[in-house]
Write a protein that binds this ligand. Structure first.
Ligand code: AMP
Ligand code: MG
Length: 217
């Protein structure tokens, strides 16, 4: 059975599984994520297969903080302000992808942008710290289904597709992250989620543009 309590030992095992190229489900403060090493093309491909997700949809990348993001995306002033105000937390930033970005191509699904977030959850943070990896982590459900808020919901959705499902209790927020793109001429709201858009606007000192065709989870 892949479902285990998220003890320090289990988190250690999950970090090793990620380093081997396996996929692992774990809690974040928004919803449960299905994680893989973002640098490992085969591991990232496993996430798409396990979810039944179209390869045209990009994946967000979980990081411990902004300094890691600089390896693969351009961190502009607005990104710095928002990360300082809201990370770790339920805000995903879409940034220009660096030319020398080492992440697996499939992560950005052919786009020249990368979505990044620092999660505010002890289990997700421990997994990032233990593994030292950047971790792609779309919600741990089959494509088109509701995002899971508990480990039991992940198991019902994905069965034994993940090598492990870390049970860290219900996700505290139980909602997706808010997604803001800082790529174009104006900051753009791609998805309204757990962080109110007004909070983002207050920090930026300007209104967010609404995306006409936001990328759906
Ligand atoms: P979640 O893990 O649900 O917060 O998922 C992140 C969301 O960001 C998903 O809906 C992705 O489709 C979206 N996303 C990931 N990468 C990008 C990108 N480069 N540009 C726009 N949206 C993205
Ligand atoms: Mg989802």
């Amino acid at each position: 059975m892949p479902l285990v309590p998220a003890t320090p030992e289990a988190i250690e095992q999950a970090a090793e599984a990620l380093a081997r190229g396996d996929i692992v489900a774990f809690p974040t403060e928004t919803v449960y994520g299905l994680g893989a090493n973002a640098l490992d093309a085969r591991a990232v491909a496993r996430v798409f297969v396990a979810k039944g997700r179209s390869s045209t949809k990009p994946l967000a990348v979980l990081v411990p903080g902004l300094s890691k993001v600089e390896d693969f995306a351009d961190v502009n002033a607005a990104a710095r302000k928002l990360a300082e105000a809201f990370w770790p937390g339920p805000l995903t930033l879409v940034l220009p992808k660096r030319q020398d970005c080492p992440l697996a191509e499939a992560v950005s699904a052919g786009l020249n942008t990368i979505a990044v977030r620092a999660p505010d959850h002890a289990v997700a943070q421990a997994l990032l710290a233990k593994s030292g990896l950047s971790i792609v982590a779309p919600s741990a459900n089959r494509s088109g289904k509701v995002s899971p808020k508990t480990a039991a919901e992940v198991e019902a959705e994905l069965g034994d597709r993940p090598a492990m499902i870390l049970d860290g209790g219900p996700s505290p927020l139980g909602r997706e992250s808010t997604i803001v793109s800082l790529v174009g001429p104006a900051p753009t709201l791609l998805r309204q989620g757990a962080l109110p858009r007004e909070a983002v606007e207050d920090i930026l000192g300007q209104k967010l543009v609404f995306a006409s065709a936001a990328v759906q989870p």
